[in-house]
Design a protein around this ligand. Structure first.
Ligand SMILES: NC(=O)c1ccc[n+]([C@@H]2O[C@H](COP(=O)([O-])OP(=O)(O)OC[C@H]3O[C@@H](n4cnc5c(N)ncnc54)[C@H](OP(=O)(O)O)[C@@H]3O)[C@@H](O)[C@H]2O)c1
Length: 342
């Protein structure tokens, strides 16, 4: 019996960016999906997650993960529906999460697929607050940040996928939480909707002074997502025994050379030494995916009860993924960025 021909639309890496990615670095293609073999499942992508780490995969500079090859489909996590199954672990209609890439369809042997949490109001949550960004924020905060009531936490990209989880969970643990975000609208949302104690616009000229005023007792936890100017302003405010979960450095992802200006490395090292502070990098897939159940047990009730809120920035159509991704690196998204693929 011959199978119905299915055309897969996919975005491939056409060339490696020099600095910020451009639309020319991507190419939209169509190809016939191969026939399904025993043990495989055929998936239709519902929501593709766009995440800052993808900038690293576009580059062939040494990193913790291999780059996407030229002409290969862009790497990305997505939530998909099983359309056909020749694997006993999956049945038609199951919702699954996996690194299936920037494409409308994919075929998998099931080994890297996880079942999406049941009964979600939107499947997109499985790649957001209840997916990779959620577990990143939650586990990085609880495991490395070790929050204690009464302490002060600062997190930038505060309206975004990871930062919004970090700040809200820290509030629930009794901390004073100061967010940093780009622009008035995002800052208003972070305070009024997410319940942070304050939020500072990193584009303000007197950002460092405003941040200092917002943390009268200093900073006990700085959840690092951005680097750049925010980190520079945070260093002098760190308290003794401060913890810095080092999660991301988005301000530098498009950089082609070291930043101009004074070298802050001696100040950072002196601060870590004299304050006996701790900075610890982590990659969520390596460190925390074996604790997914622990995360789900904690986070699902918080989301259901509205104690952890989230916002999604939904872009329609796979063909719009490159522009949306380029915007993500420049703060144009407002909330977790996903592409509604089908
Ligand atoms: N280590 C891990 O395993 C892991 C896992 C997930 C994510 N991450 C990292 O976590 C960070 C946040 O990721 P996300 O998915 O939650 O993204 P996101 O916050 O939803 O979106 C990225 C945000 O970064 C902010 N930003 C961009 N350039 C900036 C700059 N120069 N200075 C300050 N803020 C800037 C922008 O927000 P504003 O407009 O508010 O500035 C932008 O909206 C990224 O660095 C990412 O690589 C790491």
């Amino acid at each position: 019996m011959t199978q119905e021909l299915i055309l897969n639309q996919r975005v491939v890496l056409a060339s490696r960016p020099q600095g910020a990615p451009t639309p020319e670095n991507f190419r939209l293609e169509r190809e016939a999906l191969p026939d399904l073999q025993d043990g495989q499942v055929q998936l239709r992508t519902l929501y593709l997650s766009l995440d800052p780490y993808m900038r690293g995969r576009m580059s062939d500079a040494p990193s913790y993960a291999a780059p996407v090859e030229i002409d290969a489909v862009m790497e990305g996590g997505a939530v998909s529906v099983v359309e056909q199954s020749r694997n006993p672990a999956f049945k038609e209609g199951d919702l699954v999460v996996g690194q299936t890439g920037w494409q409308t369809h994919s075929i998998s042997d099931g080994s890297n697929l996880l079942m999406a949490p049941k009964d979600l109001p939107s499947p997109s949550m499985a790649v957001g607050v209840l997916g990779m960004p959620g577990i990143t924020g939650y586990m990085g905060l609880m495991d490395i940040g070790k929050p204690k009531a009464g302490e002060t936490l600062v997190v930038a990209a505060a309206s975004g996928a990871v930062g919004s989880v970090v700040g809200q969970v820290a509030k629930l643990n009794g901390l004073r939480v100061v967010g940093v975000a780009g622009g008035e609208d995002k800052c208003r949302y972070v305070v009024d909707e997410l319940g942070f104690d304050a939020c500072i616009d990193h584009r303000s000229e007197d950002f460092a002074e405003q941040l200092k005023a917002a943390v009268p007792d200093g900073i006990d936890i700085y959840f690092e997502l951005v680097g750049g100017k925010v980190l520079e302003s945070v260093i002098p405010l760190l308290n003794e025994r401060a913890r810095v979960p080092l999660c991301g450095l988005i301000a530098h992802y498009n950089a082609q050379s070291e930043p101009e200006g004074p070298n802050r490395l001696p100040l950072l090292m002196r601060t870590l030494l004299t304050k006996r502070a701790k900075i610890q990098g982590f990659i969520v897939y390596e460190e925390y995916y074996d604790r997914l159940d622990e995360f789900m047990q904690a986070m699902i009730p918080l989301v259901k009860d509205g104690k952890v809120k989230f916002r999604e920035d939904v872009v329609e159509g796979l063909e719009n993924a490159p522009d949306a991704f380029i915007g993500l690196l420049d703060g144009k998204n407002f909330g977790k960025l996903v592409v509604k693929v089908s």
